[in-house]
Structures are given as C-alpha cells and as structure tokens.
Design a protein around this ligand. Structure first.
Ligand code: DC
Length: 223
C-alpha cells in the first residue's frame, strides 16, 4: 500500500497514476469518490444537512473505476462521469460534502473494500492518517497555492474545461482551508510520511523519488 496525501493540485493524481503504472499496482483516486457523491447530491437536489436522504443515496449508488488503454474512467451507477465530476459546480461543493460524517464513514468503507487484497497506490487527504494508517509507504505531497492554481488551469484545459487563474487560485485556497480545518479526518501530514514539495520539481523527479522509497521499503522486507 502506497499512500499519497496532499492538498488540491499538488500533483498527487498524476504522480499516483504514473507510480501505479510503473509498479503494476491498482490506482485509487479517493477524491473521485467524494466527487461522485457530490455529483449525485447535486443531481438529486440533496442538501448538506439532509442525513436521511444521504443515507438513502448510499444504498443506491455504485462507484467504480475502469481503465481503457491507460485512460482511467470513473463510473457512477454505470454512467461515465469522468468529465462531469470535474465541473465547477462539483469543485465548489465537494469540500463541504467531504466534511460530513455520514459521507466519510460510507466512503471509508468503500475505499477499504476497493483496495482489499490488492497492491494499491491510493491518493487523497487522509489515506496515511485514517484510511490506511499502516500503509507501507506514505508520501505527503505539497506545492505552493500559486503553482497549484496554474496547474489546475492547465489540467482543466486538457479536459476541455475553461477556468481563469484567479478563479482556480480562489478555489484552491478555499478548498485548502475547508480540507485542513474540518473536524473529521482533516488534511494533515502523517507523522511517518515523507514530505515532498513539488513546486520546483518535474513530475518525473517526484515519481522517481516515490519509486525509490518503494524500493527501499521492499529491500527492507526482503532482508
Ligand atoms: O483530490 P480532489 O481535489 O479530487 O478531492 C476533492 C475533494 O474531496 C477535496 O476537496 C477534499 C475531499 N477529499 C477528502 O476529504 N478525502 C480524501 N481522501 C480525498 C478527497
């Protein structure tokens, strides 16, 4: 189990994807699971305080990932929502949704189940602290808010979604605040994680650092 945590836009997604491919591990993007629930709540007009409807929603939804020619797709009730879950409405609503106890409890169960018995690279905000506190390798990946906003604009553009730098910066800052100050499973560095600042590093450099840590851990196991 390789756990990669960090704030929005730190490069976790890209790094986790490349590391998992190199290792032949499954890659689980836990942010996408929170985004699916957020989308389902928006589509069904469910309010944050409506625990009853949220509980019912969890009984009805199915979230899974599929990979096609190295293209990862996210499915909500068998509908491809890969692009939809990156929409502005979801971006703006996902952090408040992720503060809810009922949402975190249900997704914790789902995330652990998805990884059961598999070699996994899992990325999110609370993987090394809550979801898999016994992960073999833990990474805490950060970058400055400005660098992260620039990356977000670029990333969205490749997905055909327009977003200004100012808007992206505001979204990154707002989400950082909500994610790191919430009561349940806040974003924080696990005590035993390796801290990597990707602001002035290429993706390749970060990927190699993570692979090196995985190798060191493997050698320790074997000796
Ligand atoms: O990584 P992302 O931007 O797709 O995550 C979307 C939101 O989901 C983020 O603002 C906080 C929440 N999240 C979380 O609370 N815990 C996780 N393990 C992953 C994401």
């Amino acid at each position: 189990m390789v756990a990669i945590d960090g704030p929005a836009g730190s490069g976790k997604g890209t790094v986790a994807e490349l590391v998992s491919r190199k290792l032949g591990f499954m890659n689980i993007d836990t942010g996408a699971t929170f985004r699916c629930v957020t989308l389902a709540m928006l589509e069904n007009n469910i309010k944050l305080e409506d625990d009853e409807k949220i509980a019912k929603l969890f009984k009805e939804i199915d979230i899974h990932f599929e990979e096609e020619n190295e293209d990862k797709k996210v499915f909500l009730n068998n509908i491809d929502v890969t692009k939809k879950i990156r929409m502005k409405q979801v971006n703006d609503f996902v952090s408040p949704v992720a503060t809810l106890k009922i949402v975190r409890e249900n997704l914790l169960y789902l995330q652990r189940k998805m990884a059961e018995g598999k070699n996994v690279v899992m990325e999110g905000r609370d993987i090394g602290t809550v979801v898999f506190p016994n992960a073999d390798v833990k990474i805490y990946l950060v970058a400055s808010a400005e660098v992260r906003a620039k990356r977000r604009v670029k990333q969205l553009k490749t997905k055909g979604i327009e977003c200004s730098y100012e808007e992206a910066l505001e979204n990154v800052r707002t989400r950082d605040k909500i994610d790191s100050t919430r009561e349940l499973a806040p974003l924080k560095m696990p005590e035993d994680a390796t801290y990597i600042d990707s602001s002035n590093k290429t993706i390749e450099e970060v990927v190699n650092e993570v692979l090196e840590l995985v190798n060191q851990k493997r050698n320790k196991f074997e000796n």
